[in-house]
Design a protein around this ligand. Sequence first.
Ligand SMILES: Nc1nc2c(c(=O)[nH]1)N[C@H]1C(S)=C(S)[C@@H](COP(=O)(O)OP(=O)(O)OC[C@H]3O[C@@H](n4cnc5c(=O)[nH]c(N)nc54)[C@H](O)[C@@H]3O)O[C@H]1N2
Ligand SMILES: Nc1nc2c(c(=O)[nH]1)N[C@H]1C(S)=C(S)[C@@H](COP(=O)(O)OP(=O)(O)OC[C@H]3O[C@@H](n4cnc5c(=O)[nH]c(N)nc54)[C@H](O)[C@@H]3O)O[C@H]1N2
Ligand code: SF4
Ligand SMILES: [Mo]
Length: 703
Amino acid sequence: MTTSPITKVYGVCPHDCPDTCATITEVQDGRAVAFYANPDHPYTQGWLCAKVRPYLERVYDPERLMYPLRRVGAKGSGQWQRISWAEAIAEITTRWQQIIAQYGAAAILPYSYSGTLGIVQNAVCQHRLWNRMGASGLERSICGAAAEHAVLATLGRRIAAPPEDVLHSKLVILWGHNPASTGPHFMPFLRQAQKQGCYVVVIDPRRTRTARSADLHLQPRPATDGALALGIMHVLEAEGLHDEAWLHQYATGWEDLRARLADYPPERVAAITGVPVAVITELARRYARTTPALIKIADGLQRHANGGQTVRAIACLPALTGQYGLAGGGLAYSTGGYIAWDGATLARQHECPPVPRVVNMNRLGAALTGEVHDPPIMSLYVFNANPVTSTPNTAKVIQGMQREDLFTVVHDLFLTDTAQYADLVLPATSQLEHADLHRAYGQVTLQYNAPALAPLGECKPNWDVMRLLAAGMGYTDTWLQQDDETVLREILDVTRTQGDAFTRSVLAGITLERLKAEGSVGLNLPADFVPFRDPATGTPRFFTDDGRIKLRCDALISSGLDPVPEYHTPAEFAHATPDDLILITGAPHHFVSGSLGNQASLRQKEGAPSIEINPHDAAARGISTGMMVTVGNARGSCQLQALVTQDVPPGVVVAPKGHWGKYAADGRNVNWTTPDALADLAGQSTYHSNLVRVVADGSGQGA
Ligand SMILES: Nc1nc2c(c(=O)[nH]1)N[C@H]1C(S)=C(S)[C@@H](COP(=O)(O)OP(=O)(O)OC[C@H]3O[C@@H](n4cnc5c(=O)[nH]c(N)nc54)[C@H](O)[C@@H]3O)O[C@H]1N2
Ligand SMILES: Nc1nc2c(c(=O)[nH]1)N[C@H]1C(S)=C(S)[C@@H](COP(=O)(O)OP(=O)(O)OC[C@H]3O[C@@H](n4cnc5c(=O)[nH]c(N)nc54)[C@H](O)[C@@H]3O)O[C@H]1N2
Ligand code: SF4
Ligand SMILES: [Mo]
């Protein structure tokens, strides 16, 4: 018996995760027979997380959509009829032409976020077709918009040191960030640093997997981190532990910040945060005497009404002791800004009508039910997203999606909670079935994902569907018909040769040919590269207009923000009663937001949707572990299984995001309770500024 040869294909994990792992797929007779980590990638280091190791289960899941579907019953009733792609494209474009004639193209809203992070299947698909059409734009602020803007405003560019550089650090503060679950490849480097004597602090209301291995764990009240950062800076200044000369030379607005710090003595900060005065002062002193000291944040921390100012305050802190520009020091938020893709090539906005308006994605439910009018949204096209599972205030989202006059198309790999409400459902390819290019937001390589398989069934990649839709709409622009490779090559070549000076330097010599041959290519950084250090002089230099860090940032005034970091209590918390608890809904260990939330083996590992509650709060409510409880507020409620634990402090409950309503007895998840109010900056979501009541089932509560 002869067996056909096995080919190995380079790939990239597509999920919304800072690690952006390098993968290898082994293919035999057109079928993937093995899937594993690329052993040669410097950060992946030969292993994949528990979520993605069984990726072939996802690719070959018998529940994958294989052909287009048209709704036959009432909206949401789950009755479908198979149709052809030709019928689907004809129906969509006919409906869109009618809507455009009657209401204008602004009545069409594309909704997408993070199903894949590739340049073609995400970034290009977010813009080109919709710009050409003149459809409504989407403000993509569900995840980390406030932090992105705050870091940009303060430092001028969203870059951070390569994560491996933590080996230089002597002190690390993981501030509202849980990499043991959300960016696991950082952990071996952190452990090694810790073994070398680095002191690790975790600041998180919950005792997370990451907090378990910390040397010090602070549990502030949720949304009070801005006050905590200001309090630490107060101690540094009051005790003369700050670097006055550094601040005068490299910062703008030190005197303004100093004046602000006077309002945050440790006693007041202790009252706001619940962290004792002695702990605040001790941490400030340790931070001052330890160098290099790294503060690492992600996005969970800033999903609060004051998220923008919180990140502003934290980003200022390393300046006080001159930590920016030191190897192993400063702030690590994201590496996403090393490469600034050429926006004109990517989106083609300059060849299109102006974007008529922009709809905030966190307000989807409100937008569909009247907040957005003139024209109202008459068609919704969802791809790379599962808003019924992942977007806040689910009751509103569903109310909107049930509108009989709304024409909804959902493109996904599975019949998601969102697809249930569609008029047409289109089958999408997995990462093994299409090409893409991935820059990372937590490490410093650029990677090519080669298609390993032909699309299964009648599945199509996002960009292929956009090309069909463009042709169906009668658009003749060549940039709406380029194949994946042409799109990638053009964006890469234009960016490498015509991008900003820093982008050109990190991309020097990185061509599509090289990426295809090597799979992953390290960004072109000098061996001694340190962010915010001028390589010529060795002194700090930021990417701001004057090269200085902006402790006072006047550009924020137009966003309605105090230009100097400040702390405000979220409005949601202002009228809390003793019955109310703050619900935090961070990352599940075995899903990536709603993605993978339908994979049987992972659902089993993650366990039933649960809520962690402190013994004190549980006793007051007659709740014990394993009991079903109703968690709710005026927006809505859902049922969860109680887990009584000291991992959460009194007043705070924790239930992970990402569980699908489809699999719950009540058909709901935590987002039935979460607010769709917007934060202080960039239209940011405020999931965790959420007050709920928790009631043991049987005692009859529920909104
Ligand atoms: N396994 C897994 N990995 C993921 C994801 C996932 O769903 N699952 N999601 C991916 C995505 S989309 C993102 S954006 C990143 C997010 O990465 P992270 O930001 O690391 O993850 P989160 O769990 O959202 O939030 C981190 C922590 O913030 C804490 N937190 C909440 N409110 C506060 C507060 O007020 N103060 C402080 N100090 N801490 C607070 C939460 O308790 C939580 O432990 O992870 C990515 N990686
Ligand atoms: N309660 C609560 N909810 C949250 C958060 C929170 O902290 N608390 N965090 C929020 C955060 S950080 C984020 S980033 C959002 C994420 O919100 P979404 O971007 O909506 O992410 P997912 O729920 O993972 O849904 C992504 C969908 O894209 C599909 N997909 C994957 N690849 C492709 C593809 O190539 N083509 C197409 N057409 N589809 C594809 C997947 O199957 C999946 O159904 O969730 C938010 N939701
Ligand atoms: S989800 Fe993150 S850690 Fe897991 S394989 Fe993908 S990139 Fe790597
Ligand atoms: Mo996110």
